[in-house]
Design a protein around this ligand. Sequence first.
Ligand code: SPV
Ligand code: MG
Length: 297
Amino acid sequence: MSKSRTLRDGLNGSEVIRLVGAHSALSAKLGQDAGFEAIWASGLEISASRALPDANVLSMAECLEAAAQIADAVDVPVLADCDSGFGGVGNVAHMVRSYQARGLAGVCIEDKQFPKLNSFVEGHQDLAPIGDFAAKITAAKEARTGEDFVVVARIEAFIAGAGLDEALRRATVYEAAGADALLIHSKLSTPEEVFAFRAAYTGALPVIVVPTTYPQVTAAELTERRFGGVIYANQGLRAAISAMRDVLGQIGAAGSTHAVEGSIATLKDVFALQNVDALLARQERHDALTAQYAALG
Ligand code: SPV
Ligand code: MG
C-alpha cells in the first residue's frame, strides 16, 4: 500500500493516527522505531535544527530537502508541514508537485499570511482571507496526481484569537474547497477549544490536533471524541536539546567524558541507525562477485 494511502486510511480510521515530529532522517527513524504510525516533518523542528526562527526564513527548497530526507529514511508515511504554502497559488501548485515527487504522503498548509510566525511566539498572528486560503487548497488538490496524496487545511482561528464561529466557518469553506483533513490548532493549556470545535463541526473531514500546550490529553481520549489524528510536534527535538545540553555541560565541567559514557547511546547503536550492517553485507557480496568475475577473465 502506498504511503499516501496509509496516511489517508490512518486519518479516517477508527483510532487516531499518531504522528511524531522530526527534523532529520535520524529523528524520523527514532519516531518510527518508537511505534508512531506516521511522521510530521515539522517546520519548527527543521528551522530549529538550523538555529533559525520558524518564520518562513527557510525557502521551500530547503524545507523540501529536509522533508524528503525524512521520507527516504522511514517506511511510515510522512506529512510535511508546509507553513502557508510558500506564497500564492502558483507556489502551492509547485510545492505539491515537488513534495509528492519526493515521496511525501501529504502536505499541511495553514491559513496565515506570509511570512508566518510560529503559533506559540508572542506577536501578530494574521489570518489569511478565507477565500484566498481556500483557493490555495483547491490549487493543491488540482496539482497532486492520483487520489491518495493528502492535503491538510490547518485552521489558525484560535491562535489568532478569532474564536469558534470563525474556526467553523473556515472549516466549512476549506472542506468545500477540497481539503482531505483539517488541523485545528490551539495554544490553550487545556483541550477545551479543540474539543468545542470537534463537537460543533458537522462536516465529514478527519480533524487533527497538536497538543503541545495541553499535554494531558491522551490518544485514547482523542479517539473517543472522534478526532482523526494527533501530532506530537516537537517533543523529540526538545528532548534532544535537553539531553545534549546536559551531557555537553557535564563533559565541559568534568574535563572528561567518563561520567557520561554509560548514559549515552553506544556507537553500536549509532551504527545500527546508519544501517552499517547492510553496507558491510553489500561489500562482502561485492568482494565475492569481484573474485568470481576475476576468475572468469
Ligand atoms: C510545527 O511543528 O512546525 C508546527 C506545529 O507547525 S506548531 O509548532 O505548534 O505550530
Ligand atoms: Mg509549523
